[in-house]
Design a protein around this ligand. Sequence first.
Ligand code: AMP
Length: 249
Amino acid sequence: MSSTHDRTAWLEGGNACCTTPPHQTNRPYRLLLLGAPGVGKGTQAELLCERLGTCHLSTGDVFRVAKCDASGELSPAMQEALTYMKRGDLVPDRTVLEMIRERARCLRCTGGFLLDGFPRTLTQAEALTTILDAENIRLDNVLNYELPIEKIVERLSGRRTCTGCKAVFHITARPPKVENKCDHCGHALYRRDDDRPEAILVRMKVYQESTKPLLDYYAQRGLLLTIMAEGTPEETCERTMERLNVIGI
Ligand code: AMP
């Protein structure tokens, strides 16, 4: 989540609108984040959005918001998607792509975007290329975060997410100011179903099989920047800014 942006249009889809206009910037960045679960993409997304003024478009957040929907109006496709998510499996491409097409205006946003968690398969990557080409939108870079597996497990098991705004914390590396309470909106923190050990194993396997091929896809297009995600989130963010050649923000 990005504390500086209202993401209503992205999180709710349909006709929902953001109440605040996009951040005014001379240089709207359009980036994708890749990396195994637990490398810290969500945290980097928050830090980068604050620094670059872009909006954090996370597909996982859309599913988590739908999961909390109390209106009982979820479409059958969304209900099915949530059962995949709970197991740690990928939601079928057709459901994810329908969701993205419904939110294509967020890709046109003049503030730019930072896509997190999408694309996750080659089919999704190819569909995204088609959508962006049709809109004449150019991706700046694809950021690929890497971390040794032991560190990934440590990060995932200590991760806590806000029930309200979906901000991400870690019980030791990035604790909230007040235990179990979100620094941004004050809602309670929780451990995601898919951060439990059984689901973590499924997600790592899914990543190896489905998402890793995307690295070649974007390397061939000259867009891939691989960044080590060791150290503090701020250090990783600084490394990212250097790789993006962003100076003085
Ligand atoms: P994330 O927060 O990105 O780790 O996403 C949480 C879960 O949502 C994943 O484990 C999947 O079940 C589902 N999900 C999110 N994005 C996608 C996607 N692009 N394709 C398929 N499933 C997704």
